[in-house]
Write a protein that binds this ligand. Sequence first.
Ligand SMILES: Nc1ncnc2c1ncn2[C@@H]1O[C@H](COP(=O)(O)OP(=O)(O)OP(=O)(O)O)[C@@H](O)[C@H]1O
Ligand SMILES: [Mg+2]
Length: 408
Amino acid sequence: MVKEFENPFRPGAGHKPPYLAGRAEETEEFRRLLEQKVILENLVLTGLRGVGKTVLLDTLKPIAIREKWRWVGTDLSESSSISEERIVLRLLTDLSVLTASFVVGERERSNIGFGAPPTRDEIKLDFRTLRSIYASTPGLPSDKLKRVLEVVWSVLKQTTDRGLIFAYDEAQNLADHAAKDNYPLSLLLDVFQSIQKKDMPFMLILVGLPPLFPKLVEARTFAERMFRVVFLDSLTEPESRDAMLKPIENTHCPVRLDEQSIKLIVGASGGYPYFIQFICREVYDAFVQGQTSVPVAEIKRKLDTDFFAGRWARATDRQRELMMVIAQLDTSAAEFAVQEIAEKSKQMLDKPFSSSHINQMLVALSNSGLIYKNRHGRYSFAVPLLNQFIRRQISDEFETPPKHGGQP
Ligand SMILES: Nc1ncnc2c1ncn2[C@@H]1O[C@H](COP(=O)(O)OP(=O)(O)OP(=O)(O)O)[C@@H](O)[C@H]1O
Ligand SMILES: [Mg+2]
């Protein structure tokens, strides 16, 4: 008996898609960076929520390893970037996984017992050794960390490896904390810039939401030149088709999508990978159970509840009112400025927002991750298709039938 063909679609954070569509240019760009002997450019991989940063990073790792690079790294939680000490601990921990088998010397161990000859133990670059190199090096944390990396390189350069990549996801969590006189982000940038100047091939990959790169540049202006920024966008129409159709092209797959369904899904998803996975998963289940057309309205409602509603609910009434104004701008899918919002709010509201109030509110909305400010001082929604969701909220409000004394 043929094993039942399971729903292949995987909406979720960092879940490997059944078929990774597009991303050829970005991958090529990465391959180019791998060819550097002296590291002049590091990589920032950025884009909106759910656009596919994490899964792309996962596919870059085996490419780098095939090209004889070593790879370490993890997700940067807020707590690991809270202080210089924490970020150092993070780096040493990640490094030690790689270096723990490197032998850097021997130490003599005297044996108990009369006349027993001393034995020799190998000294390995495990976490303890890395920590003690760090601790015994004089100077600032950056000097200490550089020393550790120099020692690691002194071993690595004797191998056939080309260099070492430090890859950190969720790097938008990195931040300096001037009030606490603690600068973990600047420390990271200083150290990598300095070791790269000394021709040590340690490359940094930072992955995160759009505020990431402006944050790096704010911490250290040289970050502008230090990183190649790859902005992941939604998939093109042919790529979206691949993402939908390749996973179900197997002859055993019980679901087929006709041209009309494909067009509907491309349209509703806006080409955003998370939405494609989400919608296709729903459509697949619906079709397996006998439906023959895409239940667009129902799926959108489910997406609204599962994906958007929680984020929307966290905003205050006044913030929601402001975002409703923004969603009415023709440019709401791309970018917008305070002045445009102020003008629109005059047209729409009895009590319009002043420019200074809008400014303040945009800062608050940025802090809660709904909006971000780009490097040119303009704003965008930080969640894909949020403008469309908001428009649906507005039309729902108008469509709600007036109440007639509780009678249906
Ligand atoms: N190129 C692609 N083709 C098909 N599906 C994809 C592609 N990229 C990502 N996906 C799917 O989209 C969803 C989101 O991917 P991922 O978690 O990598 O996004 P992200 O940008 O890291 O999101 P976040 O900002 O929340 O960290 C996953 O379900 C993944 O399988
Ligand atoms: Mg991610």
